[in-house]
Design a protein around this ligand. Sequence first.
Ligand SMILES: [Zn+2]
Length: 299
Amino acid sequence: MHYTSLGVAFFTAFLTLIPVAHSESSDVATTEFTAEEFVVANTLWTLLHETAHVLISELNIPVFGHEEDAADQIATIALLHGATDLGVPESIPEVNAVIATAQAWRIEWELEERDHVQAPYWDNHALDIQRFYDMMCLLYGSDPDKYKEVEKQLGLPYQRAFSCADYEHEQARSAVNRAMEVYGRLYESDNARSKVRVIYEKLLSEEHQRVRTIVEKSGVAELVARHLQRLVALPNDINIVFMACLGNETAYWQRDRKEIVMCYDLLERFEYLYQARRCFDTPGLSEEEMDECLIRKRD
Ligand SMILES: [Zn+2]
């Protein structure tokens, strides 16, 4: 294994054969997804975010600022760069995964605004709308000519767009590559590589079964597990566990148990956000019609 370019190799390797979205458009505002593609794309980004926590924690990578921001950057850089580094064609499904995830953060924010939910300024995560703009910033900064519509259509203010293109994207990308070059080597001499397993725990409802089928069929968790196992010599075995979380729509890295927990409830939330996005995109709805549209529908 060649670790010199581990940063690129590790993340580019995630980006082959990921069945996310098929649109060839780089038109961010109008990129279309099916509900399944939207769920898979958000699941993939979330898995990469949690993988970033694993790397930070297991390899003892120093973090400046909030770890949550670092994990967001690592996940987004991972998706933005593999395809271009591998020289695959212009239709970059991984970029669509970034777009789908950014859209999800934006929809969460719009729903909070609509429900007058107080923004959690105290949280260790950035606000949902900030996470949206931070992702758009990295997308725009990765190729300002190609993604100039990000600035136009989504209102990325030119002051921010300038710094995205000037240094923010490059700084994030080189930090990821540098961290993996330095810390990815630590266990290089270990012959016994760690194992990364994917576990789908017992189900509680039909809804959970449905989202499980979508994600399992896509193979994204197995893909992330395979590449994590192959490309980074972690000191411990890791499990990626899909489980029911009693309504908690979340995912997290459980350091003591060496588990990435992916809640089926979160995957269901991704389905709902797709539904909500279609409501917000429908022109001319009255308040009542919007309320009706936003009531959770299940097939
Ligand atoms: Zn996190």
